[in-house]
Design a protein around this ligand. Sequence first.
Ligand code: NAD
Length: 432
Amino acid sequence: MRITVVGTGYVGLVTGACLSETGNHVICVDKDQRKIDMLLRGETPIFEPGLDSVVHTNVKAGRLEFATDLDASVRASRVIFIAVGTPPREDGSADLSAVETVARRIGRAMNGYRIIVDKSTVPVGTDKRVKELVSQETQHRFSVVSNPEFLKEGAAIDDFMRPDRVVIGAEDDEAIDTMRSLYAPYMRRGDRLLVMDPASAEMTKYASNCMLATRISFMNEVAALCERLGANVEHVRRGMASDQRIGEHFLFPGVGFGGSSFPKDLLALVHMGQEIDHRMTILESVTAVNAQQKRVLAEKVKRHFGGDISGRTFALWGLAFKPGTDDMREAPALEIIDSLLEAGATVRASDPVALEVAGELLKGKVELSEDPYAILDRADGLLLVTEWNAFRSPDFDRIRDSLKEKVLFDGRNVWDRRFVEQHGFTYYGIGR
Ligand code: NAD
């Protein structure tokens, strides 16, 4: 099948690459000339495990192309995926301007029947809006499909190639049949394609992300109570997770959730409620608890030093919002760094892949190093913010010998308190 994917970000590039992997011909289009130039030079603009090799293989096979010319791509494709960003506006609502611009341009460019598939996360009712905008621009027949994406950064290729489910929100059989055949190669273990009306598909994406975020905030709230009452949240978590009704996923307390999805999707769903006078009380609290949680680690640092950390230097491991990605959108590290800097401290940080992104975001405010051990020298403590595998079993002797103050602030509960205390550290975790 001939396909265009508009937007070559975390979702669009993975979608385009994986669709070409199963034999389709895909043109990935972006308005960002710099991104397209990089891709044409054989460079991948984002870090995502395994993405490089899928892109290279399919470019070489002539199935994957990159362009900035949307019109020509639309004319050459039967199916057009929209995978542009939908960031939060000031009032929390999703900014649909990129989706709307692309919809209009598709309408203007199409020269026959097209299936327009919305992969971006969009509020309920957006399919109708897209239909309206496209039909204002064209006389040709078209279908609009809502096909929200559930991939996780850091495991995106695997998630796309072996999805838990594919949600298709569509009303006409022609589009449903096309989507079915497009996704059939990824459903070899059994049909996990869920067909529903577009409004339900759009809502499924928000409800899923908000549920996951709710579990995290819930556990962070439990962790805070554990800490005050002398319980260990790690024991509690295991005790809860072994109940099959609860399950083990997304029960890890930490420094709060970040990323491009959870925070913005919570705001957007709350806003959708507000628009019809329906208050989303739980979700408002999930956001509030998360905002509080992002301050917890820096507060532990301040408390350890009697409230005054001015003139002190801290080493911070992990900048990406989670392991496996270079994405730093809404990353807890940003808030922790700001809080330490505001209190007069100096921060040095290391991350296995996010240093380039961090360099742009932090603009010289923080000393960055590829070597996590190099930033420890005479520092007043080490904060673990992102639980990259490489940080799970570090050389504690080397850490102790480098640090001036032998104190660890473990924002992800990955280090064993007894073990590190035996190595001569003072240890702070979350909720234990
Ligand atoms: P992103 O910011 O990484 O990428 C968006 C891309 O769209 C950018 O490269 C941008 O240049 C391009 N773009 C914007 N306007 C354009 C236009 N008019 N024409 C062509 N290109 C244009 O965003 P992302 O993280 O890939 O997210 C895309 C959507 O998918 C969002 O709605 C997001 O909520 C959703 N989503 C994201 C994830 C994730 O893990 N990142 C997972 C599931 C769903």
